[in-house]
Ligand binder design. Structure first.
Ligand SMILES: Nc1nc2c(c(=O)[nH]1)N[C@H]1C(S)=C(S)[C@@H](COP(=O)(O)OP(=O)(O)OC[C@H]3O[C@@H](n4cnc5c(=O)[nH]c(N)nc54)[C@H](O)[C@@H]3O)O[C@H]1N2
Ligand SMILES: Nc1nc2c(c(=O)[nH]1)N[C@H]1C(S)=C(S)[C@@H](COP(=O)(O)OP(=O)(O)OC[C@H]3O[C@@H](n4cnc5c(=O)[nH]c(N)nc54)[C@H](O)[C@@H]3O)O[C@H]1N2
Ligand code: SF4
Ligand SMILES: [Mo]
Length: 731
């Protein structure tokens, strides 16, 4: 990359960010977005980003046949014409020297990384032959899909057509699942992605953990920056002084794992002082009296002791956010799998929102609008008489509504309720994303076939029997994105450059595999042009225009009371459930009850994790542009704690957890921006696949240290912050 683009990158990453900085530093991005089309030899093509799952619309610029830059599409509601640093850095994903270049078939022992290169024909025949053998011996239910990412659609579709019923992604039980269940139980509706927080119009924003500005979901961060610019009071609850905390009116440095105490005390205070939305509760609430009775004991003084946050601060913040209702957002968060009782904590967030009466209100939570796009006519899936292997059908987790990765892993290990003999892994690095990687390895040992479809030699790819190299998103078509939000929208992913080697798009891989699996009829179209054009034209839109503009916006619909929405709640009572009969019936607390979590034993520190603005999970560390900006992660240690441990800023340490797992070396960031009882690192570093040369052994892996985890009994979410570490200084 030229010095110029590198410099631009640096200024963008520095945009993380400040009320004043926000306006000045996001600005150049908008200007850049319009700089190129006039240039001779430049072709611009709209497509949407896959550097994370916000799916921003962008415009790719190809100069003299080479990918040059990727910028925001002004027509797109997720980007508003600006991309985050990772989106801009997508150019580096195309040029990444560590990409897998052709299909690979394992020749040595599993995990020893001895491969032979193969043609697509060979690789797909290998996969199909083994899958068909498993089907003949055990049934198609014994093949499971573990996936994440937009390209999963056709892989899922073909394998479902062949009989697969077990499908799960880390984006549920390792991410937002507990939140969606908590809201579902309360309001009768989950939140999904993008979450419907009306930050643009809010008068007060409460962030519990959720670290906007480091968590870089583009349009949400843009709205946040504007809210900060408008002087909206922000209340941040985080053991770490996050970027968001630096913009906040109040920072509550909560003792990790005690948030539910704070939430319950806040609610008790609002009820006692009559600061809740009585009209909303009277009109829409179910079981409010029982709820009020249930939370009576949770006093502010009690919560102050439990959380380490002063009683004055607890009172002041409750009174502040309640004074702005209903234009107050208690942000529901996204990666909420912290301690294993996360559904109940998220339900408390939902209940607090209900007390604010902010459901379907301007400046609170809106009710997302969607748009209808015609499906391509495809054959029906076969049915199975077997149950799901992961308990997500209610047999193990009564309130799960998506597949559960760790339960598929458990079924693979135990052979119960039936053997799982193959994993088809699409775009998920299970060795980092799932808790307890040792357990994942043991499960892999049980498999007859591990297929990994990835763009990079991730850790999980290192254990594959076959690696199917996918093109990066800038080189391929995918299905249409039919999104929902303030307005529904549809956006197009289309290739802007050719794949540099023998990589293929997921839809093509799925179609080729379908032929070999005997379900060719499941992909009855010639190519994606035919498929996509059919869906768009059948829906009454202009295909040529979509290819040129990248986005179609749906019609405006009522999304809140202010725009004419009539509120309704799809719960058993048809009301907002302050008291939940369905939880009581299933043997769970109908109103969340506080139960203390184990605190760090003496001499150890709790490990917590989060995001860096320039990386996504474990997928961007080898990207040359993003690697340049942040080659490794650091371990944040409170200055006083560091002093006690004889550690200085920039010292190298290793981390050892309660199960004796030792991390790769990592540098100390001694800072007052974190409590003394925990340490923090960004997740996704510490790669151990030597084929990923650029990122190999740089930084430490938070996933690797996550060997102890608790499972949420309601919906299967697995905790990430339940590990305690000691820091060992490198000699
Ligand atoms: N740049 C970038 N942005 C991303 C992603 C990315 O990889 N890179 N990933 C995206 C995805 S999929 C997700 S799910 C989201 C996740 O982003 P969020 O939903 O914002 O994740 P959180 O776990 O809430 O945020 C981590 C924060 O929680 C704090 N924390 C840790 N323990 C506790 C605790 O006990 N109590 C409280 N109150 N706070 C605690 C940490 O200090 C940290 O600041 O980010 C999204 N955005
Ligand atoms: N310890 C710890 N664990 C966590 C988290 C945490 O904060 N800490 N966060 C959790 C959360 S919120 C989430 S959402 C999950 C995320 O978990 P994952 O989705 O597994 O995230 P990645 O690590 O990015 O793995 C994605 C894999 O897909 C590959 N890939 C990228 N783009 C493409 C593509 O276009 N096609 C194909 N075929 N492959 C591609 C990448 O190379 C990478 O190997 O992790 C969860 N696990
Ligand atoms: S938030 Fe950033 S990485 Fe995610 S889709 Fe948007 S531009 Fe891409
Ligand atoms: Mo996530």
């Amino acid at each position: 990359m030229s010095t110029l683009s590198r410099r631009r990158f640096l200024s963008i990453s520095a945009a993380t960010f400040g009320a004043a900085a926000v306006a000045t530093q996001w600005e150049p991005l908008t200007r850049l977005a319009h700089a190129a089309p006039g240039d001779a030899g430049v072709v611009t093509t709209p497509t949407f980003c896959e550097m994370c799952f916000w799916r921003c619309g962008g415009i790719a610029h190809v100069r003299d046949g080479k990918l040059w830059k990727f910028e925001g599409n002004p027509l797109d509601p997720q980007s508003h014409g600006r991309l985050c640093p990772r989106g801009t850095g997508a150019v580096g994903a195309h040029y990444d020297p560590d990409r897998i270049r052709q299909p690979l078939i394992r020749v040595g022992e599993r995990g020893k990384e001895q491969w032979k290169t193969a043609s697509w024909d060979e690789a797909l025949a290998y996969v199909a032959e083994r899958m068909n053998k498993i089907k003949a011996e055990h049934g198609p239910e014994s093949v499971a899909i573990l996936n994440h990412g937009f390209g999963q659609r056709f892989i899922q579709h073909v394998l479902k057509s062949w009989g697969v019923i077990n499908i799960a992604g880390a984006s549920y039980a390792q991410c937002r699942g507990a939140r969606d269940t908590g809201f579902m139980l309360t309001f009768g509706s989950g939140l999904g992605s993008p979450e419907p927080t009306d930050i643009e119009n809010t008068d007060c924003l409460v962030l519990i953990g959720t670290h906007l500005g480091e968590n870089m979901h583009n349009s949400q961060v843009q709205e946040f920056a504007k809210a900060v610019g408008r002087g909206v009071p922000v209340i941040v609850v985080d053991p770490r002084f996050s970027v968001a905390a630096s913009k906040a009116k109040y920072w509550l440095p909560v003792k990790p794992g005690t948030d539910l105490a704070l939430l319950l005390a806040w609610m008790n205070l609002l009820v006692t002082e009559g600061r809740y939305d009585k009209a909303f509760v009277d009109a829409y609430g179910h079981g409010f009296a029982q709820f009020a009775e249930e939370i009576k004991g949770y006093t502010v003084e009690w919560a102050a002791k439990e959380t380490g946050v002063s009683a004055e601060l607890i009172r002041a913040t409750a009174r502040e956010f309640a004074s702005h209702r209903p234009a107050t957002i208690i942000h529901p968060g996204r990666r909420v799998n912290w301690y294993g009782d996360d559904t109940q904590r998220c339900r408390a967030v939902a209940l607090l929102s209900a007390l604010m009466g902010n459901w379907g209100r301007k400046g609170g939570l809106f009710v997302s609008a969607g748009m209808k796009i015609a499906p391509y006519p495809l054959p029906k899936y076969p049915t199975s008489d077997k149950p799901r292997a992961d308990g997500a059908d209610g047999s193990q987790f009564p309130f799960a509504d998506e597949g559960i990765t760790t339960s598929i892993r458990a079924a693979t290990l135990t052979g119960k309720p039936y053997p799982i003999k193959s994993w088809f892994v699409y775009s998920t690095n299970l060795m980092q994303a799932l808790p307890n990687p040792q357990e994942t390895l043991k499960a892999i040992d049980q498999l007859d076939l591990l297929v990994v479809c990835d763009t990079l030699p991730s850790e999980i790819a290192g254990y594959a029997d076959v690696i199917l190299p996918e093109t990066v998103f800038l080189e391929r078509h995918d299905d249409l994105l039919v999104g929902f939000g303030r307005r529904g929208w549809t956006s197009l992913r289309q290739p802007v450059v050719a794949a540099p080697h023998d990589q293929k798009p997921a839809w093509w891989i799925a179609k080729q595999l379908a032929e070999r699996l005997g379900v060719g009829a499941s992909m009855p179209f010639k190519d994606m042009d035919e498929y996509l054009a059919y869906r768009i034209e059948k829906s009454g839109f202009d295909w040529a225009k979509l290819k040129k503009e990248g986005v179609i916006m749906g019609e405006p619909k009522p999304i809140n009371v202010e725009t004419g929405l009539a509120l309704s709640f799809d719960t058993p009572s048809g009301k907002v459930e302050f008291w939940s009969d369905q939880l009581a019936k299933a043997g769970f607390d109908p109103v969340p009850k506080y139960k203390a979590h184990a605190q760090a034993p003496d001499g150890t520190l709790r490990l917590i994790t989060g995001r860096a603005p320039v990386h996504t999970f474990s997928r961007t560390q080898s990207n040359p542009l993003l690697h340049d900006l942040m080659p490794d992660n650091e371990i944040w240690v409170n200055t006083a704690t560091a002093g006690r441990l004889g550690l200085k800023n920039r010292d190298w340490v290793t981390l050892k957890n309660q199960d004796g797992v030792v991390s790769n070396r990592i540098r100390v960031k001694a800072t007052q921006r974190i409590r003394e009882d925990c340490v923090y690192m960004v997740y996704g570093f510490g790669h151990t696949n030597p084929m990923l040369k650029t990122a190999y052994l740089k930084g430490a892996s938070a996933g690797g240290l996550n060997t102890h985890y608790e499972t949420d009994p309601l919906m299967g979410s697995t905790s990430i912050h339940s590990n305690f570490v000691t820091l060992v200084k490198e000699a």
